[in-house]
Design a binder for this molecule. Structure first.
Ligand code: IPE
Ligand code: IPE
Ligand code: MG
Length: 239
């Protein structure tokens, strides 16, 4: 099933939730759930260009996830390093361009250099755009953007009177990306947990009960099928 540009979402963003519960249900450590989740990332990212989804964004680690145990945080960081190392070649060959959003400064140097490396390696790909939100928080992103905007005003590069709703997006980490058309959250929680606050103003939302490690391409295709029946009005009236 391929979406047509008229009916399918161009940009899908995922809040990949439920890895911990998936593992706990099996009496296993939470990290095992994260590992199982990483396998689903592969499946879903590979499916995107085949399903006509041009942009896919995944929430991998939030600015609030540092509150977890040191063991879980270290395990996740090691999983991110491994994911980049093992997937780089495949993503390059699939024509996928990889980008990261979020505050990189708190991440360790080794991970940061792998992130820079895969961004540079895939920079010429245009078939699909994968954005990984790592140490990302919507409020943190808006705060960092505002700081840069304020610096431009202070330096005389930006006239405060010219600021409108097109100004801030130019300072956001997502400045080169279209807004998400569809945000999917797994695991049954119906909240956005500080994800893409500005960008999702008119996104459609799907909250599904499936835990992320159980979320398959089949589930994704089912959601994409429903998307075509949604009536997006953007504040206007039905055409
Ligand atoms: C999502 O799964 C992955 C990350 C937040 C890194 P969780 O780890 O939040 O899984 P649950 O919500 O505890 O089941
Ligand atoms: C959101 O999930 C963050 C990621 C998926 C990376 P959380 O599990 O951290 O969100 P809350 O704590 O349930 O709101
Ligand atoms: Mg969670």
């Amino acid at each position: 099933m391929r979406q047509t540009p008229e009916t399918g979402p161009r940009h899908v963003a995922f809040i990949m939730d439920g890895n911990g519960r998936w593992a706990e249900k099996r009496g296993r450590p939470r990290l095992l759930g994260h590992r199982a989740g990483a396998k689903r990332v592969r499946e879903i990212v590979e499916a995107c260009p085949e399903l006509g989804v041009e942009y896919v964004t995944i929430f991998a680690f939030s600015t609030e996830n540092w509150k977890r145990t040191q063991t879980e945080v270290a395990g996740l960081m090691s999983l991110f390093r491994r994911y980049i190392q093992t997937e780089a070649q495949t993503l390059l060959e699939q024509g996928t361009r990889v980008r990261f959003i979020g505050d990189r400064l708190r991440l360790d140097a080794k991970l940061r250099s792998l992130m820079d490396g895969i961004e540079a390696l895939t920079a010429h790909n245009t078939r699909c755009h994968l954005t990984i939100a790592l140490n990302y928080g919507g409020r943190d992103e808006v705060a960092r953007a505002t700081k840069r905007l304020a610096r431009d005003v202070a330096a005389g590069r930006l006239d405060p009177e010219s600021v409108d709703d097109n100004t801030l997006p130019r300072y956001l980490d997502t400045h080169v990306l279209p807004d998400p058309d569809l945000v999917i959250r797994t695991s049954g929680e119906a909240r956005i947990s500080n994800f893409l606050l500005w960008q999702s103003a008119y996104s459609e939302y799907e909250f599904v009960d499936t835990l992320w490690p159980d979320f398959t391409r089949g589930h994704f295709e089912e959601i994409l099928g429903r998307f075509g029946h949604r009536d997006r009005r953007f504040g206007g009236v039905k055409a």
